[in-house]
Design a protein around this ligand. Structure first.
Ligand SMILES: Cc1cc2nc3c(=O)[nH]c(=O)nc-3n(C[C@H](O)[C@H](O)[C@H](O)COP(=O)(O)OP(=O)(O)OC[C@H]3O[C@@H](n4cnc5c(N)ncnc54)[C@H](O)[C@@H]3O)c2cc1C
Length: 411
């Protein structure tokens, strides 16, 4: 099949529609989020835009077609994420909960589980939220480590027809839901007698059994609803176990591939915004000299290098998202490169752009360091590069028969 990098008319239209939504809804939301000091009130500001996005069909657009949704291919997803994340990456992370929380349902869910768990996210109104409750307050990089390591500390104990879940979770968007009674759906990584497993709690199981210990105050992505919660005696039907007991580690890793690939696109969005600001500054500001500072080659070189790296990360992320969503065997490796290379490139690029703008950048009102704060999140979220993602790459590279050309489809 021939490969073209030219956007189709439908994709160009998607750019237009996504950008219009971002300009109308997400730019003002981001301004309001910056002005609100309280983390919970900040997160709640997103609700009206969230409802508009649901009513416009964007949430359904996250659900694959075979499960009743309207998701397009990976390039379409990347276009939407980049346009929205350019204005409010926090908002996209909040909405994207089902992308991760439902991934194991698509992979191993029974027809009954698929029907029950996907249904809330096919809605045309409201603001349904989902959380992938993997991370714990005392660390998750070694979540699959066997005893005597702590590994996953949240436990689900069988009790008749139910699992009884107890433990603490942190970081996942919307762990508390909009009102502190939990999200519509929470996929919980926990320890059962058969090993690390996934069970799904619905809102009716969580209400009254979830205590918010603290809403977290993030330096970037500040509109995310991020908290530490305690689950106490959450009673979940035995039928809500996904796959088999002990299947949790592979289901969890697989669930984070699409979101990992998307981090490259989040990184692209942050770099693109920062580049615009720095380029405008360099082409208009003389700083007391005779010419705009882009006439100094040291400044121009930074801009040129930044632009090249932005284009490289964008294309890698398109390819990675496309491969993951189309079940291409190259998907996992490409997703890891998009996550690791994309996130670390964004930190370097935006840091370099701050240096050429100079001291003007070091003012909260100047719209540049805010993007560095966003970028600093990307190496550590969705499985930190050091603790999770590079270790996954190590496993791939060390596997017997690893083919370096396979990711390019040229093996
Ligand atoms: C906005 C936001 C959204 C998030 N969304 C979610 C979500 O939806 N769901 C969710 O579950 N989590 C979420 N997280 C948390 C995120 O996925 C983290 O990446 C995850 O908790 C793992 O963190 P960590 O790798 O730093 O692990 P930790 O266990 O905290 O490890 C800390 C550090 O120790 C080192 N380390 C530990 N063990 C090893 C090892 N074996 N080898 C090498 N180094 C090691 C690494 O340097 C690692 O970074 C979110 C976080 C944020 C800020």
């Amino acid at each position: 099949m021939a490969v073209s990098f030219t956007l189709s008319p439908a994709q160009q239209q998607l750019v237009h529609v996504a950008r219009a939504f971002a300009d109308e809804q997400l730019r003002p939301l981001a301004d309001a989020v910056r002005a609100e000091p309280d983390p919970l009130r900040r997160a709640l500001l997103a609700r009206p835009a969230f409802e508009k996005a649901v009513a416009s069909g964007f949430l359904k657009g996250l659900i694959p077609v075979p499960f009743g949704g309207a998701a397009g291919g990976g390039v379409d997803a990347a276009i939407l994420i980049e346009e929205w994340a350019a204005q409010s990456p926090d908002f996209v992370i909040s909405m994207a909960g089902p992308l991760i929380a439902l991934a194991p349902v698509y992979e191993v869910g029974t027809p009954d589980q698929i029907r029950r768990f996907v249904a809330p996210f096919l809605a045309d109104s409201g603001a349904p939220v989902a959380a992938m409750a993997f991370s714990e307050p005392d660390g998750s990089a070694n979540f699959d480590a066997p005893p005597p390591a702590e590994g996953t500390r949240t436990v689900a104990v069988p009790d008749g027809d139910h699992w009884v879940v107890n433990g603490r979770k942190q970081w996942a968007s919307h762990l508390p839901g909009w009102d502190g009674d939990g999200p519509d759906l929470m996929t919980i990584v926990c320890r059962t007698p058969g090993g690390v497993s996934l069970v799904v709690a619905e809102r009716e199981h969580l209400a009254g059994h979830i205590e918010v210990e603290q809403y977290l105050d993030l330096p970037g992505l500040a509109g995310c609803m991020t908290a530490r919660v305690r689950l106490h005696d959450v009673r979940v039907p035995r039928a809500n176990l996904l796959g088999a007991e002990g299947q949790g580690p592979s289901l969890t890793r697989n669930a984070f591939f699409a979101s990992g690939a998307s981090i490259g696109t989040f990184a692209t969005a942050a770099m693109r915004q920062a580049f615009d600001v720095a380029h405008r500054f360099a082409t208009t500001q003389r700083r007391g000299g005779t010419e705009p500072i882009i006439a100094h080659q040291a400044v121009s070189d930074v801009l040129a290098d930044a632009k090249g790296r932005i284009e490289a990360v964008r294309l890698l992320s398109w390819r990675a998202l496309d491969a993951v969503l189309s079940q291409d065997p190259a998907g996992p490796e490409l997703a890891l490169h998009a996550k690791v290379f994309g996130s670390e490139t964004a930190v370097d690029v935006i840091n370099d752009l701050v240096k050429i703008v100079g001291v003007t950048a070091y003012d909260k009102q100047f719209p540049l360091v805010r993007h560095l704060n966003e970028a600093l999140a990307y190496p550590v979220i969705e499985g930190s590069n050091a603790g999770v993602r590079r270790r996954q790459l190590q496993t791939m590279l060390a596997a017997p028969g690893y083919d370096p050309l396979a990711a390019a489809g040229m093996g």
